[in-house]
Write a protein that binds this ligand. Sequence first.
Ligand code: BES
Ligand code: ZN
Length: 469
Amino acid sequence: MATKKQIYAVLASTVIAAPILFTSPVSAGANTNTIFSKLERQLSVNRIIKDIERLSMDELLEVNKDNARVTGFEGEHEAARYIQGQFDKLGLSTDLLTIDNIDGFIDEGSTCTVDESSITVKTMTYSQPTNETLEGELVYAGLGRVEDFQEGSLDGKIALIERGEISFGEKAKNAYAKGAKGVIIYNNTSGMLNGTLGSLEESKVPTVGMSSEDGSKLVDRLEAGETVKASLKVDTQVRKDSYSYNVVGEIAANKGVKNPQTIVIGAHFDSVSCPGANDNASGTATILEVAKLLSQPQIKSKLQYNVRFVAFGAEEIGLIGSKEYVDQLVKSGEAENIAGMINLDMVGTGDKLVTYNLNDSADHKMTDIAETSIKELGYTYGGHYNSGSSDHAPFEASGIPAVFIQVDKDPYYHTDEDTVDKIDPFNIEMTSKVVLDMVMDMNNKKPQKLDNKIQKTDMLYENQQMPRQ
Ligand code: BES
Ligand code: ZN
């Protein structure tokens, strides 16, 4: 198939031969393609990388970069104000929507030692801290269901529990009810276990994750009748009853368009306790650049759709920002007028574009448009998957067509190594062009009457483990 670049080459030579083609009012497609190639030339990957740097390093942030934009903390709030400032500068109509009742949690690190050698563990989100180091005998407690605990109390002991079947929060609560003073949950697939207890209310006892490899070695020793003593230290910072923001910036469609539909382009800007350059300063900075390009007067005047940019807060603690945003869209009836949502999350590392929908039954209209753009631009397409782990999910769960675009894969996900030097400018270029091309392709056609099957979103998604089990 001819790539778009090749098509432009052909078009460019046609311009010289037959310029009339481009002045004809019916040749909207050719016209839009001309716009796209102009946007392509104007795109500045450097500007995007600069913004990723600002959002993930100490300069912008009052907090340390290892806690760059943690949900509910000052770094996140500062990032929200920066994003709104950028939308403002572009002349977009902006809104800073407050999200209340957020419990902020920072993992300051945890350690575990057995027989004087240390085993890597990862603090469960919303775990209690230990204050001092805990010392205690390890007790194996299966899957941590009520029936998995043996007779007698676990007073002063540390429960070792396998991942699976019930939530991490329930396992920790059950162990706490038996008197355990610490909980280790080990993975049931290879590698480290990184999870959340769900909320501060669920938090009763210091709880950490461990790899399946380390966990099953300890279980083997306990099953062989050995007494194994462990020590555990968990450091955390909490900010109870805090808040977060969704930041909105909108470019209105050309005034001549009656009742224009809206395209939403979103990315979450909060982070876990890490620099969060790829997750998700990359998506945030990319939507800022797309907003800059599309807000130019000569482009804006050709828009048939409102293009609304939404930077979501509180994603990392359970998609809270996007859920609240979508709930509002549904309540106000606006959800019926959203032509589609494009979600960018982790678009800077790896080497191939992938797309996700919440599930097979969701409307794949936006995914089809994304796939067409990826292929026409000649980029490597890594395929389509199901996922409920980012901000497209609440949109799809409520019946708004959406697509989550990511660049696969990120080996530094949710670690202190998620820094700007890992961002590959080519991935940023690829993602920006795909988004611009999608908008231009939609804009190029007559908007269809929408038939969004809107439903209320007071949901935990049926096919999603949240909090993770
Ligand atoms: N950016 C991630 C999701 C992600 C990770 C997508 C890797 C694709 C590949 C997102 O910020 C995240 O961490 N989500 C949580 C789930 C969410 C519901 C709290 C996750 O995946 O654990
Ligand atoms: Zn993310």
